[in-house]
Write a protein that binds this ligand. Structure first.
Ligand code: GLA
Length: 729
């Protein structure tokens, strides 16, 4: 009863929050209150003109409730006021010893910067607050954007050098997020490596600093730029969770710092490692967008807020973008041995299964017969494709499928015509080794001639061929990041300009070819973040397509990113780790994202073909629910031998339950699975994929399904099932 009363209270508060102005400003006390349906965020200017954080948590509706920001007194000569305060965006200067959001050196060596409020502007859902150094005309514009219907706040900063002399930036962060004062917080974050991405970590936050970062030039498989913090008591469906995600596909950094004064601060933006960004007089630098939100209902609700925001506000086309088609990719079937005849054969079979987009992977260009040659030479190999790409594309199109093509634009093999013509284009320090990984080097995309070369060949490919989709790969990180053509002061701009030019190419390609779709791949999930997701339809979550490993990779992926973007293929067994799972299990795992098939279809038996055809057809019935609906992670594959995920359609008419059992011990029956997100008063018609549902009643109420739960008979190792629920009108 108490629970019901508090949810009613919250519901009415959310209604208040929605009715409240997204941005309120109280002039008399210089307080800003930003409000979404789920959360509020407040800051105020104190008597010294410093912008102090005031509140981050569940939605408020009345800015007048908030106390004015007040400067603190020193606790001791070792505990200065600045350390006790919660500055919104602190520059390194004065007596600040924590992680700053800005650090710079002036031409004369002076490094002290103290920022004070100068002015602000508000328009629609955006607020810009300008801070200025106490002496020099060094300004920082803090950008805030509220997404009231999505529960998300976006922050970034522009650092402007309005002095007459150059500055060297040493740290340029997007934002500092202050948690409510306290201790006992827990940090959740995603780590991994190639073929083992997005593993969920959950640990206590102690005094000191935890650094999440990439120094590799791309987002990286090792840590993903997302965090969630809870008060130590949150679960999938309960508890307060503060979360954030950074939109940057290069060197990024998020620090989680607990000060000695019971304060947790999260600061994130461009990585400070090897960072030096010069600003000449009049120049400015924009830092990446850092998105954040608050959920009072656990990690599941936090993910759902992010998912909806990403689908509707981040992804190209947003609400109007189409559902992801069922894709076939040739990589695991043919690796580099692609030929027109072989691809046509695969396409014939793929079309029969119901595939909608046929993607030819690596091996079609230059002298690319293995990974030792050809990267950089983006012309069709005439031995493999005597008619150019046209013969294959026309065939694919005649089967009713769109055509997609693999490219790896940023890379070069030393054994390529491109490298022989432009050895200086590969990133290197003069007279130093040029480390190769997978026999390849990285082109210096920060250079505008390289940018134009890459845009040029991609534009040509998309103009001359009916290509609907590029799978854009990036198969190694950067190393030896020299840029000898630049003055020494400008050489480290490479880290930032590389990513900007990458974004520029993607933006221009999309503008020129509005129907073109792009997948971001970086040896699997090495480039998944909210910066790249503004520019691509899908991401390849992992090169590991082994279904049981994938369940855990997908669990981590969906903490931060929507299933719609999660390209997931069914491939052959035994897989890379030696494990074999049944075809149905592999399909059901992949059907929880954007379904693809990467198996060698030439080896499919009649039974496999029948199963694949049935599963593709089933997927098409449920894909709007999976891709656009709400995800409830009911049982984690990390705990126990059952994993279950449920999706509920946006109009709540359909719901799909996926259940997996990976290693039965004893003859214990799986637990009852309590569904979520249904209408308790509605009836649902139940359709079991394979008769593994214990309940035999054709219809059950939402209340029963959520309170009593469903039972399935899953036995042995790697058993699986799915249940489709349709709301009865
Ligand atoms: C990377 C990708 C794979 C495939 C190969 C091709 O490893 O992640 O999916 O495209 O490159 O070389």
């Amino acid at each position: 009863m108490r629970h019901l009363a508090s949810s009613l209270l919250l519901a009415s508060l959310s209604a208040f929050a929605l009715a409240a102005q997204p941005i309120q400003y109280v002039e008399s006390r210089k307080i800003f209150l930003l409000t979404t349906r789920d959360s509020s965020y407040a800051m105020g200017v104190d008597l010294n003109g410093e912008l102090q954080h005031l509140y981050w948590g569940a939605a408020l509706w009345r800015a007048d409730d908030l106390p004015a920001a007040v400067p603190r007194r020193e606790l001791s000569s070792f505990d200065p006021p600045a350390m006790l305060e919660r500055e919104e965006f602190a520059a390194w200067g004065g007596t600040r010893y924590y992680e700053p959001a800005l650090k710079l050196t002036r031409a004369d060596g002076n490094r002290d910067v103290v920022l004070r409020y100068l002015s602000h502007t508000m328009h629609d859902n955006a607020l810009d607050i300008t801070l200025k150094d106490i002496r020099d005309d060094i300004q920082v514009v803090l950008h805030y954007r509220v997404y009231p219907d999505y529960g998300i706040l976006e922050r970034s900063a522009t650092i402007v050098n309005r002095t007459a002399k150059p500055l060297m930036l040493e740290s340029a962060q997007s934002a500092t997020w202050n948690l409510p004062a306290g201790e006992g917080y827990q940090l959740t974050y995603l780590t991994g490596r190639w073929a083992a991405e997005t593993q969920v970590n959950h640990e206590a936050i102690h005094q000191g600093m935890k650094v999440l970062e990439s120094r590799k030039g791309h987002t990286s498989h090792n840590i993903n730029p997302w965090f969630a913090i809870d008060a130590g008591d949150a679960g999938e469906d309960h508890g307060s969770v503060w979360f954030g995600a950074l939109g940057w596909s290069g060197n990024w950094r998020i620090t989680v710092e607990q000060t000695p004064y019971r304060q947790v601060r999260v600061t994130g933006g461009l990585n400070t490692f090897d960072f030096a960004y010069p600003l000449k007089a009049g120049e400015s630098l924009d830092t990446p967008a850092f998105y954040a939100g608050y959920s009072a209902h656990g990690f599941g609700a936090a993910s759902r807020l992010l998912h909806r925001f990403e689908r509707e506000q981040i992804a190209p086309g947003g609400l109007t973008s189409r559902a992801r088609p069922v894709l076939y990719n040739s990589w695991e079937a043919t690796t580099f041995n692609v030929t027109e005849i072989g691809q046509k054969q695969l396409a014939d079979t793929a079309a029969k299964l119901g595939v909608e987009l046929f993607v030819m992977d690596d091996g079609w260009f230059g002298k690319r017969n293995n990974d030792r040659a050809g990267l950089g030479d983006w012309t069709v190999n005439p031995q493999k494709f005597p008619q150019g790409l046209k013969g294959l594309i026309d065939h694919v199109n005649s089967l009713g499928m769109d055509f997609g093509l693999w490219v790896e634009p940023e890379m070069v093999n030393p054994d390529s015509d491109l490298y022989r013509a432009h050895p200086g284009w590969a990133i290197h320090f003069p007279d130093r080794p040029r480390s190769e990984l997978r026999n390849q080097m990285v082109l210096n995309l920060a250079r505008n001639d390289v940018r134009e070369y890459i845009f040029g060949f991609l534009d040509k490919l998309a103009t001359e061929n009916n290509i609907k989709y590029f799978k854009w790969d990036m198969n190694r990180p950067l190393s030896e990041p020299g840029w000898e053509d630049q003055p020494v002061t400008d050489q480290r701009k490479l880290w930032v300009d590389y990513v900007r030019n990458l974004y520029d190419i993607l933006d221009r390609l999309r503008a020129k070819h509005p129907k073109l779709e792009i997948e971001s791949c970086s040896g699997g999930g090495g480039r998944v973040d909210l910066g790249i997701l503004r520019r691509v339809e899908e991401v390849w979550a992992s090169d590991n397509t082994e279904a049981f490993d994938r369940l855990r990779i997908q669990e981590g992926f969906t903490q931060a990113y929507a299933p719609k973007f999660m390209s997931a293929w069914v491939t052959d067994v035994p897989n890379m780790n030696g494990r074999s799972t049944p075809l149905q299990y592999r399909f059901l795992v992949a059907m929880q994202g954007a379904l693809g098939i990467g198996a060698n279809l030439n080896k499919f038996s009649a039974e496999d073909t029948a199963m694949a055809t049935k599963m593709v057809a089933t997927y098409k019935r449920i894909r709007n629910t999976v891709q656009l609906g709400d995800l409830y992670r009911l049982y984690s594959p990390r705990n126990g031998d059952i994993a279950a995920n449920q999706y509920v359609a946006p109009d709540s008419r359909q719901s799909v339950l996926f259940v997996f059992r990976h290693s039965q011990e004893y003859s214990t029956a799986p637990p009852a699975i309590h569904l979520q997100g249904l209408d308790p008063r509605a009836l649902y018609r139940l359709e079991s994929l394979d008769n593994k549902l214990v309940e035999r009643q054709p219809q059950l109420s939402g209340a029963y399904l959520m309170q009593a739960g469903l039972n399935v008979t899953l036995r042995g190792d790697f058993d699986s099932t799915a249940v489709i629920l349709e709301k009865v009108q």
